[in-house]
Design a binder for this molecule. Structure first.
Ligand code: GLU
Length: 295
């Protein structure tokens, strides 16, 4: 589907810790892409997974972004305020037979499922009816073997056979929380997001999101997956590992490093303050210079 509406981008951090260098890169890439094309840039706090959240992290992330000079449009959308919308979407999938209740425990699935690129592939045990004497644990979406593909602006066309590589996936978890895959799709549509620029760790999740968009009749945004910042051991930096929180005392340095990581080449007169940085980085944003993550 071609989207002719005004560019609306977003940054959607999870408040599982302070902003680290990897998320600064994602924030900057999405911001520069949106602003260089005169688009809006929205902020969404993905606070629907309390077990993984750290008290105060949401406010700390917002404060850091503000200090660094990011300017978002409208007010921040908190996913914790959107549970009713997720319930409605999950209810629709269930009532139309596109999703089913599942009683399998993680341990059972680990025993019977085969490993796939995104973890153990659910073997479909409850797809044709579950043992009624057992409690319902999760709600799963039925996948089919039709290939899902989408054009990524950095990686080119990306393809996945959902049934084979992922299996019927969870939209409501055993703890009653709605899964990221469902919430992200419902909210990207709610916020009329036209282009999603984010880290490549989510490239392999995107086919699930495109599939859910199809099932729920939602528009498909454009996608652009940025390279990931790795630690010395080749692992993705994550807030949980407390890796490299950005230095709030030196926003300019962090931003210059993030821009460099995204392949942007500063002018000979390197920006010496935030105003100069933003002027240069927005007007000079070159998405074709962003390095492609190899998998
Ligand atoms: N909340 C997710 C994260 O912090 C990002 C979601 C997204 O950009 O789609 O990893």
């Amino acid at each position: 589907m071609t989207n002719t509406s005004k560019y609306r981008g977003r940054f959607a951090p999870s408040p599982s810790g302070p902003l680290h260098f990897g998320s600064l890169v994602a924030a900057l890439g999405s911001y520069l892409d949106a602003r260089s094309l005169k688009g809006d840039w929205l902020l969404r706090m993905e606070d629907i997974d309390p077990p993984r959240e750290k008290p105060g992290a949401a406010d700390a992330i917002l404060k850091t972004l503000e200090l660094f000079g990011f300017e978002w449009d409208g007010s921040v959308l908190y996913q914790s305020s959107r549970i009713e919308a997720y319930r409605e979407a999950a209810g629709y999938l269930l009532s139309t037979g596109l999703a089913y209740p599942c009683s399998c425990s993680r341990r059972e699935i680990d025993k019977t499922g085969k490993p796939g690129p995104e973890g153990i592939v659910y073997p479909g045990t409850c797809r044709n009816g579950r043992d009624p004497s057992r409690d319902v644990r999760t709600l799963r979406v039925i996948t089919d073997s039709a290939e899902i593909s989408f054009p990524d602006l950095i990686h080119g066309r990306f393809r996945q056979d959902l049934e084979q590589d992922v299996g019927d996936f969870i939209v409501r978890r055993a703890d009653g929380l709605y899964a990221y895959q469902l919430a992200v799709v419902v909210d990207d549509a709610f916020q009329n997001i036209t282009r999603i620029v984010r880290g490549s760790d989510l490239l392999f999740s995107t086919p699930r999101q495109v599939y859910l968009q199809q099932l729920l009749g939602l528009p498909q945004p454009e996608y652009s997956h940025l390279p990931l910042v790795m630690d010395e051991d080749g692992r993705k930096l994550s807030k949980q590992s407390l890796a490299w929180p950005v230095d709030s005392n030196d926003p300019l340095q962090g931003l210059l490093q993030a821009a460099h990581f995204l392949g942007q080449i500063p002018p000979v007169d390197i920006p010496s303050n935030l105003a100069e940085f933003w002027e240069w980085s927005i007007s000079g944003w070159d998405s074709s210079a962003v390095p492609v993550q190899q998998f």
